[in-house]
Design a protein around this ligand. Structure first.
Ligand code: 0CH
Ligand code: SF4
Length: 316
């Protein structure tokens, strides 16, 4: 039977950002430098295939620092860690490498700077997410107030409405965050913060590309893990932009082909932690079932690159 025609709109930019690239490189270079095993606290990035690949090469992933022996190197994930973690590693005289994305570290510094200036900090982020835990953990417990929604702003109990500042998680929805920031500024006109928010270039660009693709498509597939904040936001952006069927898939085998029966067009993108190999796998799966034409929808070009920490650039 002849395959039915389908246009696959491939969003660009998609997939790995500079912070993820750097974090993976840090684990690979650490294994090369110190030999296996090298420990990694938390998934280096939220992707099972990345984690499995590094585990095969000699990385051991743990939830907490106390699971790491003193005499092996440990790497902190791209999402960032509370201040207490490197402090504890230093106390135990461990070799550690911080793979926190420099754009997350920048937010950590902002929070500290505002707090030192006597401002109470508000963080816009998702409760329990490692980046939120890491950023809030730059200041003593209880110092940072968490806001997740516009409704949270109304009930926020602050020390002094005149002496407030805010920071955000880097992987939030640009549109939802703009509403929360507007609510904060309306209730606390003196609040200090970044020009818009702290959402990074990669998050912004991936969401913009989905918005461009959404009006053209019958369905959207976002390649990414269920615990990946930026990937989940891409699904929401697709739905909000009018795409009735938008799904997160980890890889081609997750695709619900029955739900896609009769479609003429599909959008494909990938979260910042999803390898391009999985995108290729998804495209091949469409080619096997449809007479597929791939069209790239490019809304930005990215040239950001981050250096790995000096300890990995020096000889052993
Ligand atoms: O999107 P989140 O933060 O859940 O993390 P990820 O999927 O590992 O992507 C990389 C972002 C790391 C920190 O900004
Ligand atoms: Fe850095 Fe943004 Fe990538 Fe997070 S999503 S690692 S902040 S570049």
């Amino acid at each position: 039977m002849a395959k039915s025609p389908l246009t696959l709109y491939l969003a660009a930019p998609r997939g790995f950002c500079a912070g993820v690239d750097r974090a993976i490189k840090i684990v690979e270079m650490a294994i090369e430098k110190w030999g296996a095993p090298v420990y990694v606290r938390h998934e280096i990035v939220h992707n099972k295939f990345v984690v499995d690949g590094l585990r095969d090469r000699g990385a051991i992933f743990v939830a907490e620092l106390d699971q790491v022996p003193n005499d092996r190197p440990v790497i902190f994930s791209a999402h960032g860690v509370p201040k207490a973690i490197p402090a504890e590693a230093a106390r135990r005289e461990m070799v550690y490498v911080d793979a926190t994305c420099p754009l997350v570290s920048k937010v950590h510094i902002e929070a500290e700077r505002h707090s030192e200036a006597g401002l109470q900090m508000v963080m816009i982020g998702h409760a329990g997410h490692p980046e939120t835990i890491g950023t809030m953990g730059q200041l003593p417990q209880g110092e940072v107030l968490l806001v997740e929604t516009v409704d949270d702003v109304a009930t926020l109990a602050v020390r002094d409405p005149e002496r407030l500042a805010f920071v955000t998680q880097t992987t939030l929805s640009v549109d939802d965050t703009a509403e929360i920031v507007a609510a904060l500024r309306a209730r606390f006109p003196a609040i200090v913060g970044p020009h818009k928010e702290d959402i990074c270039y990669a998050t912004t660009n991936r969401q913009a590309a989905v918005k461009e693709v959404a009006p053209k498509i019958d369905a959207l597939l976002v390649i990414g893990a269920p615990n990946s904040s930026n990937s989940k936001r891409l699904v929401e952006v697709g739905r909000n932009a009018g795409c009735a069927y938008a799904q997160l898939v980890q890889r081609a085998t997750d695709i619900d082909w029955r739900a896609l029966d009769g479609i003429r067009s599909v959008g494909v993108t990938a979260g910042a932690s999803a390898p391009e190999l999985l995108v290729k796998e998804v495209i091949d799966a469409f080619r096997a079932r449809f007479d597929t034409t791939v069209e790239i929808v490019e809304t930005a070009t990215e040239r950001v690159e981050f250096k790995v920490p000096r300890i990995l650039r020096e000889p052993a």
